[in-house]
Ligand binder design. Structure first.
Ligand code: OOB
Length: 541
């Protein structure tokens, strides 16, 4: 494995192979196989393209040749920040052909996150669109390049400006690119983060392909399915659970869109006869409500996955009533472990649980503060280990020491209980993270930025309940002595100037004289959250 990664212990790796979880295949081999047996079937469709398996394979080959011409070698990291376009998959598979590692940034990441991802991964190249959602990624890339000297190339899908035009890289194939071994890292995903900045999650061909295969199998994906990615494909859910990669594994069609509004997406679903898609809870509710007025024919949809944040039972009921018995709850994480309600699960399970671990190889522990197992059915901290769960973040030994037990269980930071049927119910979390409708925000990251503002003496960022998004972000600040209190718009401008992703900008800013403290003298974030959640505070705001 790449230096800076934590491999599975050899005996466990051997067990995962023997048990048939790890097949010893690479992403490149998968695509070549599909290009042979599904050559003329549509593999990838977006607003402007309809690409067959044979064409995807050929395009990946040509692009791999062009990228090798830039001196990209096996093991090199490339930050990919593309929206939901067919090119995402061409770039992904071109990198796989070389044996390079795709580091997947979200489209909403900005200078602060991208500089960090480039530095942390040691990236040699960065792939962007020219513009997307009224944002010019070339301007972002110019800033990133100034900050990261090791970044040799910026490649642009679209008008390249001062950078390399992606289309110029489609050279003729012919060179041996090296490629990867199944135990090599294929992808690095970005963690939601609980500390300063997001951590990188290395996923090997063996483990990520198992993640994809097992998810596709559980969801019954077959060659006639059409999977719609309406969530960002650079996120694990829409990429690999089973996601667009699961669709390609199954020889089905992966459809990519950047639209989420029902009036646009419903037409796409009806036209393309979409069978499976994945949503976060707020979007699922919006879609459910829209079925009341929409005339689109959504009858092709046989599986509607909802995950990324807690879906309340009443909202699950709303979605199920609107779409029929197609709802599936998914509780997953970029770090690995996935839980699904089975497509044939009883209604009660679908409405009230977040699903059961995907693999018989998933080891689950639910423990108390002292890492002792709680009694069956009791609430506790979820720890997990298994054939597709990471053993350590990339180049993060100090963080790994606290995020994993000595025997390699990942501390998810989620509080769960297990039902007698083995399904998990997510009741809360201990990690200092805000889950804003599926978007994850590390409180500490924002606090560190806020503390650099001259008018801020101290900062504490908490989640406050929200009817639509589940949670929103509230920043409490104590003004520096002599400074006037800082308002929300000033905070927003400041954080934007810091290069922070827009979804991380606090929804609310409260200036207080002092923070309440716990008995051990730490800032009492629960008390802070209660201050804004109370009726008095609501009436004032
Ligand atoms: C998915 O992945 P991440 O890495 O963005 O976030 C993981 C965290 C979990 O640890 C948990 O705190 C929360 O998101 N979460 C849920 C949930 N699904 C994720 N909390 C409550 N209920 C759920 N259903 O979010 C992700 C990755 C793959 C598939 C689905 C979601």
């Amino acid at each position: 494995m790449l230096e800076g990664c934590v491999p599975w212990p050899p005996e466990l790796a051997e067990h995962y192979r023997k048990a048939g979880y790890w097949h010893g295949e690479t992403f490149d081999e998968l695509l070549r196989r599909r290009a042979r047996d599904r050559s003329d079937h549509p593999a990838v469709v977006d607003a402007a393209n309809r690409i067959t398996y044979a064409d995807l394979d050929a395009a990946a080959g040509r692009l791999a040749a062009g990228l090798s011409g830039l001196d990209l070698s096996p093991g090199d990291r490339v930050v990919v920040q593309l929206p939901n376009v067919a090119t995402f998959l061409t770039v992904f598979f071109a990198l796989q052909r070389i044996g390079a590692v795709a580091v997947l940034a979200l489209p909403l990441h900005r200078r602060n996150e991208i500089v960090h991802l480039c530095r942390q991964s040691g990236a040699v190249a960065y792939v962007i669109p020219d513009e997307h959602a009224r944002f010019d990624y070339r301007e972002l890339a110019a800033q990133v390049r100034d900050d990261v000297p090791g970044l040799r190339h910026v490649v642009v899908d679209g008008a390249p400006g001062p950078f390399i035009d992606l289309t110029d890289l489609y050279a003729a194939p012919g060179r041996d690119h090296g490629g990867a071994a199944p135990s090599d890292v294929a992808v690095m995903l970005v963690s939601g983060g609980t500390t300063g900045l997001p951590k990188l999650i290395p996923r090997t061909h063996d483990d990520y392909l198992y993640n994809i295969r097992a998810s596709a199998e559980l969801c019954g994906l077959g060659p006639d399915d059409v999977y719609l990615a309406a969530l960002p494909v650079s996120h694990n859910f829409a990429l690999a659970c089973p996601g667009v990669l699961g669709a390609l594994h199954a020889g089905a069609t992966a459809l990519l869109t950047n639209a989420v509004a029902p009036d646009e997406v419903f037409d796409v679903i009806a036209r393309e006869r979409v069978t499976v898609t994945a949503l976060v809870p707020p979007t699922a509710r919006m879609w459910a409500e829209a079925t009341e007025w929409s005339g689109s024919d959504l009858s092709s949809l046989r599986l509607l996955q909802v995950g990324g944040a807690r879906l309340l039972p009443e909202h699950a009921r709303l979605v199920r009533d609107a779409f029929g018995p197609v709802l599936q709850q998914v509780f997953g994480m970029a770090e690995g472990l996935l839980n699904f309600t089975e497509p044939d699960a009883p209604e009660d399970v679908v409405l009230h649980t977040q699903g059961r671990p995907l693999s018989p190889g998933d080891e689950i522990r639910i423990v108390d503060e002292d890492d002792a197992d709680v009694s069956p059915g009791e609430l506790g901290h979820l720890l997990t280990r298994g054939p597709y769960t990471l053993r350590g973040y990339y180049r993060a030994p100090e963080h790994n020491a606290v995020s994993f037990t000595e025997d390699g269980f990942y501390r998810t930071g989620d509080l769960v209980r297990m039902t007698p049927t083995g399904h998990l119910v997510v009741e809360g979390r201990v990690k200092e993270q805000i889950n804003r409708g599926g978007d994850k925000i590390a409180a500490v990251e924002l606090e560190e930025h806020l503390l650099t503002h001259p008018a801020v003496a101290d900062a504490a960022v908490v989640a406050v309940p929200d009817d639509l998004l589940g949670e929103r972000t509230c920043a409490f600040v104590i003004a520096a002595s002599g400074s006037p209190p800082i308002g929300r718009s000033e905070v927003a401008v400041f954080l934007r100037d810091c290069g922070v992703a827009p979804y991380k900008i606090p929804d609310r800013v409260e200036v207080v004289d002092a923070f309440p403290v716990t008995r051990v003298g730490k800032t009492d974030k629960r008390a802070l959250a209660a201050m804004v959640a109370s009726p008095v505070a609501k009436a004032r705001s």
